[in-house]
Design a protein around this ligand. Structure first.
Ligand SMILES: O=C(O)C[C@@H](Cc1ccccc1)[C@H](O)SCc1ccccc1
Ligand code: NI
Length: 183
């Protein structure tokens, strides 16, 4: 299982690489890695397991964060209506997005960043993502709200982008004009 010891931290060069496409159909090894990403996110949200293994809670994780520079991610999060978004994808791609932008009023954090970085992170409000699941089947998902933000955060990791790259350092806590605040 993945623990915090497996998660690389800012400064590690892999976090700034553009990760490579996964060859499909996936190998057993790539399937194991993809499943382990989703297992981490679920484990990190379980009070007993996260306490027992010292896991920092997360709603997403990307393969580069465990020093695997391949295009794989997992997201496991409920929206404010209680709808669960639980996905583990190979080669995810944003195929369309809203013009409208949004941001978390709490700002963002990252399992690979051991410090608080205040500031609003502009994201697309809604996105449509295409990817391949662990069985190599193509799936297409429309996302909004926290799930949309989480996918964008994780897809950034596949492109060597950290959340704070998006923050306006001159006015980090200036509400983003025209963007929808998400509490
Ligand atoms: O480091 C990661 O990729 C996991 C991130 C994912 C994430 C950060 C900000 C916004 C959306 C997703 C976080 O550690 S998950 C922690 C967290 C928990 C609840 C809400 C937002 C972030
Ligand atoms: Ni992150």
């Amino acid at each position: 299982m993945i623990t915090m010891d497996d998660i690389i931290r800012e400064g590690h060069p892999t976090l700034r690489e553009v990760a490579k496409e996964v060859s499909l159909p996936p190998t057993e090894e790539d399937k194991k890695i993809l499943n382990s990403l989703l297992d981490y996110v679920k484990n990190s949200q379980d009070p007993d397991t996260s306490k027992k293994y010292g896991l920092r809670p997360g709603i997403g994780l990307a393969a580069p964060q465990i020093n695997v520079s391949k295009r794989m991610l997992a997201v496991h999060v409920k929206d404010n209506k209680g709808k669960l978004y639980s996905y583990a994808l190979f080669n995810p791609k944003i195929i369309s997005h809203s013009v409208e932008t949004a941001y978390l009023t709490s700002g963002e954090g990252c399992l690979s960043v051991d410090r608080a970085v205040p500031g609003y992170v502009p994201r697309f409000s809604r996105i449509t993502v295409k990817g391949w699941n662990v069985d190599g089947e193509e799936i297409k998902i429309r996302l909004r709200g926290i799930a949309s933000i989480a996918f964008q955060h994780e897809i950034d990791h596949l492109n060597g982008i950290m959340f704070y790259d998006h923050i306006d350092q001159e006015n980090p806590l200036q509400p983003i004009e025209g963007a929808v605040p998400i509490d």
